[in-house]
Design a protein around this ligand. Structure first.
Ligand SMILES: Cc1cc2nc3c(=O)[nH]c(=O)nc-3n(C[C@H](O)[C@H](O)[C@H](O)COP(=O)(O)OP(=O)(O)OC[C@H]3O[C@@H](n4cnc5c(N)ncnc54)[C@H](O)[C@@H]3O)c2cc1C
Length: 307
C-alpha cells in the first residue's frame, strides 16, 4: 500500500509531489497533465521568482522539478483521471478512467477546477463553431473578426487582451457594473482602441446558422434585449471545482468545493487532505495553491508517520 495518492498536476498537486519526494513518502501522483489551469495563459506575472512566465513554460518547469526529485518515491500516472475514491480497510482506494486501481494510507486531493459553461440557448449547439472556452487554442482562428468575451474576472480580461492582438474588435460582457479583475489588467484592456465593454449585461442567446453570427443579450440598465454581430464568443464565466469523484464522501460548501481546514488542509474525513482551487480557499492563485499543497503534505507526512 502507498503512503499517499496525490490527485492533480497543477501547482497544488506538483507542490505536493515535490514535498512527498523530499520526505520519501511512497506516493502516486495521478493527473490528466502537469501544469494546471494557467497552462493556457500567455504570461503569468505573479508567480513568485519569475517576472513573467508563459503557462506552457510554467508547466515545463513543474515537470522538470518533479522529474528531478521524484526518485523511487513518487510515481507519476499521467493522461488519466480519478473517477472514484473509497474508504477501505487501513486506507483508501482510487480508481481511474483507464481502469487502474491504487491504494494508499492517505489521499491528497488537488484536482483544481474547470470552466463554467455558458448556459443559454445556442451555446451548446455552437460549441466549437464559434463558442469556445480557450482563447490561446482558438483565438488565432478569429483574426480580423469581431468577437465577444463573456466574463469580467481576470480570465475574461486576460482573454480580451490576448484576442486584441488579432481580432478586429473585442466586446467584453459582464453581468455587474463592477469588475472582479485586477485594476491593472482592466486598464490595459480599456486603453486599447478596439476594446468595448458592455456592462451590466446578461447573454440570452447565441445566434448562428452553421457558425456563430451573433450574441443576444439583456442590457440590464435599459431592460432591452439587444444583439451584437460577432463570429466568436469566448466564455470566461468562472470555474467549477473538479470534485465529482468525492461527492458524498467529503463535506462540500454550497458550490461543491471541498471544505478544508486552512491551518492543515485536512478535510472532513481523516486521512484525506485537499488544497487549491478544489477547496473552499477564498483566493484562487498559483502561489496559494502551491503553498496550500505544501501545507497539506507537511501535515499528511506527520500523520502517516504516526500510523
Ligand atoms: C486562463 C487562466 C489564467 C490564470 N492566470 C493566473 C495568474 O496569472 N496568476 C495566478 O496566480 N493564477 C492564475 N490563474 C489561476 C490559477 O491557474 C489557479 O488558481 C491554479 O491553477 C489552481 O491550482 P490547483 O493546483 O488547485 O488546480 P489546477 O491548476 O486546476 O490543476 C488541477 C489538476 O488536477 C487535474 N485533475 C482534475 N481532475 C482530476 C481527476 N479527477 N483526476 C486526476 N487529475 C485531475 C488537472 O488535470 C490538473 O492537472 C489563472 C487561471 C486561468 C484559467
Amino acid at each position: 500500500m502507498n503512503d499517499t495518492i496525490i490527485i492533480g498536476g497543477g501547482p497544488a498537486g506538483v507542490a505536493g509531489g515535490i514535498y512527498a519526494a523530499r520526505k520519501k513518502l511512497k506516493a502516486v501522483l495521478i493527473a490528466e497533465e502537469i501544469g494546471g489551469q494557467s497552462t493556457i495563459s500567455d504570461g503569468i506575472e505573479n508567480w513568485v521568482g519569475s517576472v513573467k512566465i508563459s503557462g506552457a513554460d510554467l508547466a515545463k518547469s513543474f515537470r522538470e522539478h518533479l522529474d528531478a526529485v521524484k526518485g523511487d518515491a513518487v510515481t507519476l500516472v499521467l493522461g488519466d483521471r480519478v473517477v472514484s475514491l473509497a474508504k477501505i480497510d487501513g486506507g483508501f482506494s482510487v480508481a481511474t478512467r483507464s481502469g487502474k486501481e491504487f491504494t494508499a494510507k492517505s489521499v491528497f486531493i488537488a484536482s483544481g477546477a474547470g470552466r463554467r459553461k455558458l448556459d443559454v440557448p445556442g451555446a451548446e449547439k455552437f460549441e466549437n463553431k464559434g463558442v469556445t472556452y480557450c482563447a490561446s487554442c482558438d483565438g488565432p482562428l478569429f483574426s480580423g473578426m469581431d468577437v465577444a468575451v463573456i466574463g469580467g474576472g481576470n480570465a475574461g480580461f486576460e482573454t480580451a487582451l490576448q484576442l486584441l492582438a488579432y481580432a478586429k474588435s473585442v466586446t467584453l460582457f459582464h453581468r455587474h457594473k463592477d469588475f472582479k479583475a485586477d485594476p491593472v489588467t482592466i486598464e490595459k484592456a480599456k486603453a486599447h482602441p478596439n476594446m468595448h465593454i458592455v456592462a451590466p449585461a446578461e447573454p440570452t442567446e447565441v445566434k448562428g446558422d452553421q457558425f456563430v453570427t451573433g450574441l443576444a443579450y439583456l442590457d440590464k440598465d435599459s431592460g432591452e434585449t439587444k444583439e451584437l454581430a460577432v463570429s466568436g464568443i469566448f466564455v470566461e464565466a468562472g470555474v467549477m471545482p473538479n470534485t465529482d469523484f468525492v461527492k458524498g464522501l467529503l463535506e462540500f460548501d454550497a458550490v461543491g468545493r471541498i471544505i478544508a481546514d486552512p491551518r492543515s488542509q485536512r478535510t472532513s474525513v481523516e486521512g484525506i487532505w485537499a488544497a487549491g482551487d478544489c477547496t473552499d480557499e477564498l483566493y484562487h492563485q498559483n502561489n496559494i495553491a502551491a503553498g496550500d499543497g505544501t501545507k497539506a503534505i507537511e501535515d499528511l507526512y506527520l500523520w502517516v508517520k504516526k500510523q
